[in-house]
Design a protein around this ligand. Structure first.
Ligand code: HEM
Length: 449
């Protein structure tokens, strides 16, 4: 069957195309769920004024990400948003070039390497809350961004870059917003025009580039002295033919790890504090487990196996608020999904936000119940029903890193403080590049004895 035969929902108020486009613009998360509920497992959707195919069944998602993955590339949409900043880093590169880069980078993410960052992660967490006081209010979304930024800088570069870390964060955030706004705007001014925003974007890009190139140059002129930061590992990684990454490749991979690494983990942590604050029973259970195993000290990697509730909690947070809430692929050769034939150039969308809240696979899907993961849910779920880190060969290279960092930060902070949402503070998930709380998460700190 041709893909054109797939049903396309009429827009609200009878505006077939424009109506739905506007609904997606106004409330993408709600509209995606509604469309999946009302129109089923495969739907045509207008996004950015073009039809995309929206897949809402684990089998179809598995087909695209794993079984037929060779027929797909990252989508043009993703590319347009982040290519200017990330270049040909792992997130966007394709084919043999991607395979080589992944092969070179993979050892840096080996479990034993990652565990070596645990002490840095715990130290950053301790240091970050050093001056937090009982009764004060803080925006936990902002705090988690600053904390994961510090961890990213220290593990990537092996230095805390004290004067630069904040500026790096501001530059990254500005550039992501800038690109996203450009993509969403129907009137796209060329990036080369000297408007104030275009000029600022260029300045921020130049700043980040010069910083990364300077660090690479400094490293190249010094002996490595057994350094174990990610950048040093990438610099010394050597392919079978003896070749190494060029400075431009190092720059692109560094930017990619930096961006992919800190922003997503920060969102995961921000949603964790929100959910714990709203669910005191889960918080009590977590605290009992932490007290029993750690007794107030910072966790080490070997402790984590003895913290099953903490793991269940992290899975549940990633289910309800997946920082990567949608994945897109564009077909590069003909293929068939769900009995429909796709031409090359077809873009397919798969949403963690929608799939993770599908009542066919999750009982009481909107409820926060970490226990469901202790009851063997992971073994019962079909492949493709839970994919916070993607799946197949393009699965997140930083999954182990992110889960270790999140576990350490949660265990460290939860032993020191309890957080409660400031009454009346609105918490609204906003689907930017990652799923962020639109107004932050303002919470009151209660110190634990
Ligand atoms: C909670 C935290 C994180 C989440 C939810 C997350 C999610 C994802 C997802 C869904 C993908 C696949 C995208 C696709 O298939 O189109 C991905 C890829 C990737 N992630 Fe993560 N990520 C997280 C943390 C990290 C960290 C800490 C790093 C690095 C230190 C990282 C580096 C990457 C890279 C380099 C890729 C591209 C891999 C490739 O295509 O070979 N991520 N991530």
């Amino acid at each position: 069957m041709p893909a054109a035969a797939i049903r396309r929902p009429p827009g609200p108020r009878g505006l077939p195309f424009l109506g739905l486009t506007l609904a997606i613009r106004q409330d993408a998360l709600g509209t995606l769920r509604r469309v999946a509920r009302e129109y089923g497992d495969i739907v045509r959707l207008p996004v950015a004024f073009q039809d995309r195919i929206f897949l809402n069944h684990p089998d179809y998602i598995e087909q695209v990400l794993v079984i037929q993955q060779a027929k797909f590339h990252k989508s043009e949409l993703t590319r347009r948003i982040v290519e200017g900043l990330l270049g040909q880093g792992l997130l966007l590169s394709e084919g043999d070039f991607w395979r080589r880069q992944r092969r070179l980078a993979q050892p840096a993410f080996h479990r034993s390497r990652i565990n070596g960052y645990a002490a840095t992660m715990a130290e950053s967490a301790e240091r970050h809350i050093h001056d937090w006081r009982d009764g004060e209010q803080r925006d936990l979304a902002r705090e988690m961004m600053a904390l994961t930024l510090d961890v990213a800088v220290r593990t990537l570069f092996g230095t805390s870059l004290p004067d630069q870390a904040q500026q790096v964060g501001h530059s990254m955030t500005f550039l992501m917003r800038y690109q996203l706004r450009r993509q969403r705007s129907p009137f796209r001014i060329p990036e080369t025009w000297p408007t104030p925003r275009n000029k600022r974007a260029q300045r921020e890009r130049d700043y980040l580039d010069s910083l990364v190139y300077r660090i690479i140059q400094e490293r190249q002129s010094q002996p490595s002295n057994g350094r174990s930061d990610l950048l040093s590992l990438l610099m010394s990684a050597m392919d079978e033919d003896g070749s190494q990454m060029t400075p431009k490749q190092l720059r692109d991979e560094t930017m990619t790890l930096f961006l992919a690494g800190h922003e997503t983990t920060a969102q995961m942590l921000a949603w964790t504090w929100y959910l714990l604050g709203e669910n005191p029973e889960a918080e009590v259970r977590l605290h009992q487990e932490l007290r029993g195993v750690l007794g107030g000290r910072s966790p080490e990697p070997s402790d984590l196996m003895r913290l099953p509730y903490l793991h269940a909690l992290m899975h549940e947070v990633l289910r309800l608020y997946p920082p990567a809430y949608i994945i897109a692929r564009t077909s590069i050769e003909p293929g068939q999904i769900a009995g429909y034939d796709f031409r090359p150039g077809t873009t397919l969308l798969m949403s963690q936000w929608v799939m993770h809240r599908d009542a066919r696979y999750y009982a009481d899907p909107d409820a926060f119940r970490p226990e469901r993961w202790l009851e063997g849910l992971a073994d019962r779920l079909p492949a493709g029903a839970y994919f916070p880190f993607g799946d197949g060969p393009r699965r997140c290279i930083g999954q182990g890193f992110a889960m270790l960092e999140a576990a350490i930060v949660i265990a460290t902070l939860a032993q020191r403080f309890q957080f409660r949402l400031v009454p009346g503070h609105p918490v609204i998930p906003e689907p930017l590049i990652t799923l962020r709380p639109r107004h932050g998460i303002r919470m009151i700190l209660h110190a634990r004895n």
